[in-house]
Design a protein around this ligand. Structure first.
Ligand code: 3HC
Length: 311
């Protein structure tokens, strides 16, 4: 018994030496169960976010104001589906099947980014989502490129290359509208008003309120904390808004001498309401995912059959 206990300790020591030596942890390496479970949760929920995030934007493909904007939106949404697949593949290396991840999502045991539980009401929302939601995701994902788990890090490198196009196309929509008619300017400002705070919520709870931040930082799953990333996003996005004449919906904003902004805090009651399933679109998003997953069962079955026939 003593030998097994000792080797567990030695294994943990070796694991932490790898982490501290900036060596990636790979699927077949020994890892603490807590590390594995943290990654299973975080990567699968990240994957769910990519796929569910296709819904609010998908509703605007047929309403895009031009063929060009329709093509750009289609390309972006297709990218998101691919991001979901990279991330499910990375999560599967931890010993859980994709079917299991989907089942946990459908049972409400697994979450996705709360931001997608808000409705996309106008075309300007496509701009606000690309600029703010993808912009926040980039801030988080650029940092996650250095995560200690190999498959997650490599998925992030690939995803970040495409995410910057998403943010740019969103900002371009907002810029065009701000150069347009008064109605278009008001539509863009309305979209910023509705999406600013849900985008800040994407970075999760305050560091002190997050039960997982310490372990995520200790084992380098995260390289920067939720609050550090949120502040980074706020400080770079406010000047972008002001550059095109938009006003961030926070009456307490104050530019400090060090170039950062003093700002109001998030409405954490709203945050937990939406995270816990009581947001404007939670039911609709999940019901749609379940319906489409079931409707697509025949595609998965025929793909499986084809692969069996080809063997
Ligand atoms: N939305 C939904 N749920 C959230 C959340 C959010 N913004 N923030 C926290 N939660 C949930 C957590 O999942 C956890 O629930 P669980 O125990 O059932 O899993 C609970 O609230 C407590 O939160 P934690 O303290 O554990 O949260 P973390 O400190 O882990 O931070 C996180 C949450 C910021 C989402 C973190 O997990 C993370 O950085 N994940 C990787 C990045 C990610 O998932 N990004 C999704 C962005 S959307 C996207 O990329 C699509 C693109 O196309 C825009």
């Amino acid at each position: 018994m003593e030998t097994t206990k000792k080797s567990e300790k030695e294994l943990l020591l070796e694991f932490e030496e790898k982490i501290n030596g900036e060596q990636k942890i790979e699927p077949l390496d020994w890892m603490p169960e807590e590390y594995r479970q943290h990654l299973i949760r975080q990567i699968s929920q990240h994957a769910h976010s990519e796929v569910i995030g296709m819904q609010p934007e998908g509703n605007w493909i047929t309403r895009a104001p031009s063929l060009k904007s329709k093509k750009v939106l289609l390309a972006k949404i297709q990218d998101e589906g691919g991001h979901g697949l990279y991330l499910y593949s990375a999560a599967e290396t931890l010993g859980v099947t994709r079917d299991q991840f989907i089942q946990w999502l459908h049972e409400g045991k697994s979450k996705y980014a709360s931001v997608f539980n808000y409705a996309a009401l106008t075309w300007a929302d496509m701009g606000a989502i690309g600029w703010l939601v993808d912009g926040a995701a980039i801030t988080n994902q650029v940092s996650l490129q250095r995560t200690s788990y190999g498959p997650y890090s490599r998925a992030m490198v690939r995803i970040c290359k495409e995410e910057s196009f998403h943010q740019r196309q969103g900002y371009k929509i907002m810029q065009n509208m701000m150069e347009g008619t008064k109605d278009q300017q008001e539509m863009a400002q309305d979209a910023l008003n509705r999406w600013w705070w849900p985008a800040l919520m994407m970075f999760g709870p305050h560091d002190g309120d997050s039960p997982r931040t310490n372990l995520a930082m200790k084992w380098k799953i995260k390289r920067e904390t939720n609050d550090q990333l949120r502040e980074k996003f706020i400080n770079k996005t406010i000047p972008q808004a002001e550059l095109i004449g938009l006003k961030v919906p926070d009456s307490n904003l104050e530019l400090l001498t060090d170039g950062t902004y003093k700002h109001s805090d998030i409405n954490w009651d709203e945050f937990w309401q939406v995270v816990n399933g009581n947001g404007p679109c939670n039911q609709q998003r999940l019901a749609h995912h379940i319906k489409v997953h079931n409707d697509g069962a025949w595609v998965r079955e025929s793909a499986m059959l084809t692969s069996l026939i080809e063997e």
